[in-house]
Write a protein that binds this ligand. Structure first.
Ligand code: NAP
Ligand code: GLV
Length: 306
């Protein structure tokens, strides 16, 4: 069995060593143009050339949850694309979203600022019931985030493409229930895959339907957000602020208006990092399962695009 690894976002050697340890029977190498045919490829943002030269792959493993970059390529018909299925990401995402939510609702930024000015001011506590959290996407990550947010007793709304009943979550599904979902939420968390259906979904129309003083947490993809619409709604006072882990252009150009905006908190696409050990264990387990002819979780549906 031959396996290729390709990623320009990470050093290949530790991944290749870890794949060799997990699958000692396999020949593992970094992909290079013109390389002989392989059975599997483990990739992040591969070039089209890799797919063109490897039409016989049994599966293409993505070392991330989101497959939007792969879906833009011309994939061989019938190629099985397998994404990471949690692999240690959901707990990181739950931590990140709860941190951003609580920092906003508990006004930590204001207290920190006041303390630095030498002020010791009290503020009227906010009621968590006034901050219903709307989760866009109730998949592997969204469901884990819903569970974590519920632990802090915030009301939780969830929105997915198909109905996904979740305990303690008021669930909405499909475009027909999108507006009701938005108008019942004050804090909006985006955990959708980026597909033709969801690109630009965070725009003036949708963000404008949130309860007044709304707050956006985008941890999915930068292209979900129409960036000028967010600035306009912040300026108009309809939105109170935003925490964004993803931008349309990463890293942003030095004059990007979000970089110095007083009500936008940015992080460099690190809300849920790929963990090498967990990911390799998952991928090796799936390669073995496929070898035995068994189904595996996380296979991407090319029609849905996620
Ligand atoms: P997932 O398990 O595939 O879940 C996707 C969810 O989105 C599902 O509930 C799905 O609905 C819903 N959905 C998809 N298209 C929709 C539409 N048109 N309308 C309404 N709902 C829709 O994915 P995941 O593992 O939770 O990951 C979600 C995304 O997070 C990834 O695609 C990636 O872009 C992002 N991500 C970001 C980071 C980061 O560091 N910032 C890290 C990991 C992942 P159904 O349940 O009906 O299918
Ligand atoms: C990161 O953004 C991922 O999709 O895993």
């Amino acid at each position: 069995m031959r396996i290729y690894f390709h990623s320009q976002a990470t050093k290949p050697a530790p991944w290749i060593d870890a794949l060799r340890s997990a699958l000692p029977e396999a020949e593992v190498a970094e992909w290079s143009p013109g390389a002989p045919p392989a059975d599997y490829a483990v990739v992040w943002h591969p070039p089209q050339q890799l797919l063109d030269e490897q039409p016989g792959l049994k599966a293409l493993f993505n070392i991330g949850a989101g497959v939007d970059a792969l879906m833009k390529l011309n994939l061989p018909a019938g190629l099985r694309v397998v994404r990471l299925d949690d692999a240690g990401m959901s707990v990181q995402m739950a931590e990140y979203v709860c941190h951003a939510l609580i920092r906003h609702v508990r006004e930590f930024d204001i207290f920190e600022h006041e303390a630095k000015q030498g002020r010791w001011g009290y503020r009227r506590p906010r009621a968590r019931g006034d901050y219903p959290v709307g989760l866009m996407g109730l998949g592997v990550l969204g469901a884990r985030v819903a569970q974590a947010v519920r632990q802090f007793e915030f009301p939780v709304n969830g929105w997915s493409r198909t109905p996904r009943p979740l305990e303690g979550v008021r669930c909405f599904a499909g475009r027909g229930q999108f507006d009701d979902f938005l108008s019942a939420s004050r804090v909006l968390v985006c955990l959708l895959p980026l597909t033709p259906d969801t690109e630009g979904i965070l725009d003036r129309r949708s963000l404008g339907r949130l309860m007044p003083g709304g707050y956006l947490i985008n941890v999915a993809r930068g292209a979900h957000l129409v960036e000028p619409d967010l600035l306009a709604l912040l300026d108009e006072g309809h939105l109170a602020g935003a925490t964004l882990d993803v931008l349309r252009e990463e890293p942003p150009p030095p004059d990007h208006p979000f970089l110095r905006h007083p009500r936008i908190t940015l992080t460099p696409h690190n809300s849920a990092r790929t963990l090498r050990e967990e990911s390799i264990a998952q991928i090796a387990g799936k390669i073995r399962a496929l070898g035995r002819g068994e189904p595996v979780a996380g296979v991407v549906d090319p029609v849905r695009g996620y």
